[in-house]
Design a binder for this molecule. Structure first.
Ligand SMILES: [Zn+2]
Length: 274
């Protein structure tokens, strides 16, 4: 840990912390790849989020009830990987974040887990005012167009480009053993992994449960998230899809409460969860 890093972190803390008291780690918040919903962030959106996420606190979902399970982002970096192309044929770009935790007795097991190289699944939530059609460039948040996302037009996949990001709300970090997590991560999964249909199916269920929990969290905090998790536990895939849609409708109708930024207003912008 360099003195510059410690200085950056100490801007966010009430008192000065020493290197021994701090634990730092990196994570990938989001990228420019077209996701399963046929949506991707614009370069401008990624740049905007690189500033908006600094200082934001994230939670560790798998143990949210425990004390001191929060981490805060102290730095971000937009990274371009020219060796890898997105489905849209562009160089792969991702938003890397560096986060810190204050070492305590309560979080030492969690820190050991992260140190142990377990896979990290990150979810973020932000508001994005524009939904640009990749084929015609119309803003689908304002007007419709005839293009269907997921279809090919002149050999190119029609997708929605999320732009006009005005707020970043939350991030959360699900740390699970790599073999359990294989195929679950919506974005950052290594595409060389070949998964069986069965694995894909249960991965979708896990992801849906995760998203339902997240949407409920932004709606009603931790208690709502836990209640949603319990009700989703016994559901099959179609039921989970339905429940997720219901939560998304609620989120779209009324901007969810902003947990960490009480002064900001979403401005009718839609909530997106990655
Ligand atoms: Zn269009």
């Amino acid at each position: 840990m360099t003195p510059e890093i410690i200085e950056k972190i100490n801007k966010f803390t009430r008192r000065e912390f020493t290197e021994e008291e701090l634990y730092v780690f990196d994570l990938i918040l989001c990228d420019n790849e077209i996701d399963r919903d046929c949506e991707r962030f614009s370069d401008g959106a990624l740049e905007k989020m690189s500033t908006l996420f600094i200082g934001k606190t994230g939670i560790f979902d798998h143990n949210a009830a425990a004390a001191n399970q929060n981490a805060r982002i102290y730095d971000t970096e937009l990274v371009t990987d020219n060796s890898r192309k997105t489905k849209n044929g562009e160089p792969y770009r991702y938003l890397k974040a560096s986060a810190y935790m204050i070492r305590t007795n309560e979080n030492k097991n969690l820190i050991a887990e992260i140190d142990g190289g377990i896979k990290k699944e990150v979810s973020i939530s932000c508001s994005s005012a524009k939904r640009i059609c990749s084929v015609c460039g119309r803003d689908r948040a304002r007007e419709g167009c005839e293009h269907v996302k997921g279809r090919l037009y002149n050999g190119r996949l029609c997708h929605i480009i999320l732009d006009g990001v005005s707020d970043a709300y939350e991030w959360s970090f699900v740390a699970v053993p790599a073999q359990v997590n294989a195929g679950v991560t919506k974005k950052f999964t290594d595409e060389r992994d070949v998964k069986s249909a069965v694995a894909e199916y249960s991965a979708e269920d896990s992801e849906l449960r995760c998203e339902i929990r997240r949407l409920a969290f932004f709606r009603g905090g931790r208690a709502a998230a836990e209640a949603a998790e319990v009700s989703a536990r016994g559901m099959n895939t179609p039921q989970l899809r339905g429940l997720k849609k219901a939560y998304e409708r609620i989120a779209g109708a009324k901007p969810a409460e902003v947990q960490l930024m009480p002064d900001s207003k979403p401005n009718n912008a839609d909530m997106y969860k990655i």
